[in-house]
Write a protein that binds this ligand. Structure first.
Ligand code: NIG
Ligand code: FE
Length: 421
């Protein structure tokens, strides 16, 4: 099946096939073609370039040859002068969860901090209780509502973490739901085992034993069933220490599972350094950063990933994305969609916060939400840019005046169509 998208006002986010991420000044540019066409065959981008449209509306390339010699066999999509860009890749979410935490929202408004809510037995443990009571089928249905929601907002790839199970069986339940989403949702999905998200209720006061459980019981089962692409640890004040993180990542390495880390959300935790030590694909949050984190990341293959939706919702500092880029590092921006600290998976809003609150240029923010998040979930060879050979996960917008309009007018419903493959 061949699809030709024609009458594209601006085709944005073009990259050479060998680019896996953009760093430093490379993030300042978004390559575009004005008045373009793009051809998709069997879900893959096979061709694109500048076009002119003939009077009978057939699509003609700039050298005046008809792009599709088999017009009848192809589907044509008129982009009506809108932008066509790669769909967002959301490299950090917790969208498999049961119910929600709207009660805690009231506590938060009344003035309790994220840590205070957690210390009262709310927070992640509250979600774990709800998940425990929810059947696997129900959890899948509730989660698929969110998958469809983010797709409609332009997300074409998502990483989903466990971490609301916190017992062997409930962590496996979550990961099986993620596997089912992988099998049934059209978008690309990666699974992340986050058994060390919080200490399960039954292990209260016995954190070392809970870490044993993660390493000796959860990880072997997760690996045996092939349920995780990644392993994660919430390495932060009040959650897991650097030593515990080191142990869990060393255990995961025996199964060849690549780490991604939650670090420096609540305090400068040492999580970045232990992540880099274990070749983490990304270290995420980084609301609190010192020069030491920047130095630790330099020369590594680890993507610093910031989650401005979490800063927005919790009212905590935004990560120093600009400082990282000025230091020559790459930066990715993801939604952190979860019930406690970022109940939104709207990547366009993330892109807007990147500009408005982190002072990234629209181009930097665009790259942070596409190619760099694709890297942070290990799919930048197949997603994250307009590149021949990559999957055609694309957004078509209404006609808009510029790339800057996407984050500038961030609540205007500009997405006309989302194409997945
Ligand atoms: O990334 N920080 C840790 N985990 C999530 C929040 C999870 C929750 O509160 O349910 C996060 O913000
Ligand atoms: Fe998170």
């Amino acid at each position: 099946m061949k699809t030709v998208i024609y009458n594209i006002g601006t085709l944005a986010g073009i990259l050479p096939a060998d680019v896996r991420k953009l760093e430093g000044a490379e993030m300042n540019e978004v390559e575009c073609i004005e008045n373009a066409y793009l051809v998709i065959e069997d879900g893959i981008i096979t061709e694109f370039g500048p076009n002119v449209i003939s009077s009978d509306s057939s699509v003609i390339s700039s050298d005046s040859s008809v792009i599709s010699s088999e017009v009848e066999k192809s589907q044509h999509i008129d982009a009506k002068g809108g932008y066509v860009m790669p769909a967002f890749c959301d490299s950090h979410t917790h969208i498999v969860y049961a119910g929600c935490r709207d009660g805690e929202f009231r506590d938060k408004i009344a003035g309790l901090s994220y840590e205070e809510i957690a210390a009262r037995g709310g927070g992640i443990l509250n979600s774990a209780d709800l998940l425990h009571e929810t059947s696997e089928d129900d959890l899948y249905e509730q989660s698929m509502v969110r998958v469809r929601e983010i797709m409609a907002m332009g997300t074409g790839a998502v990483e989903i973490k466990s971490g609301y199970g916190l017992t062997v069986e409930d962590e496996l339940k979550m990961l099986r739901v993620i596997r089912r989403i992988k099998e049934t949702a059209p978008i690309t999905v990666k699974a992340n085992f986050l058994g060390a998200h919080a200490v399960g209720r039954a292990y209260r006061g016995r954190q070392a034993e809970y870490v044993d459980l993660v390493c000796n019981e959860m990880l072997p089962r997760v690996a045996e069933e092939g349920l995780a692409d990644f392993v994660d640890v919430f390495c932060d004040a009040g959650f897991f220490t650097v030593e515990e993180t080191d142990r869990i990542l060393a255990a995961a390495a025996k199964y060849g599972i690549t780490p991604k880390i939650h670090a420096n959300e609540l305090e400068v935790s040492g999580g970045v350094q232990v992540g880099v030590k274990h070749n983490a694909l990304s270290v995420d949050h980084l609301e609190k950063t010192t020069d030491a984190e920047i130095e630790a990341l330099r020369g590594s293959g680890t993507m610093p990933t910031m989650l401005p939706g979490c800063s927005f919702f919790l009212g905590i500092p935004y990560g120093n994305a600009k400082g990282y880029i000025e230091a020559g590092l790459p930066v990715a921006l993801a939604s952190d969609y979860n019930p406690g600290s970022s109940p939104s998976g709207n990547m366009r809003f993330v892109m807007a916060l990147g500009c408005i609150r982190m002072r990234l240029t629209p181009e930097q923010s665009f790259n942070a939400c596409t190619i760099n998040t694709a890297y942070a979930m290990g799919v930048s060879d197949i997603l994250g840019s307009i590149t021949v050979g990559k999957k055609a996960n694309l957004i078509i917008t209404k006609p808009i005046p510029s790339l800057a309009f996407i984050p500038y007018s961030h609540q205007t419903p500009i997405i006309e169509k989302v194409i997945i493959s």
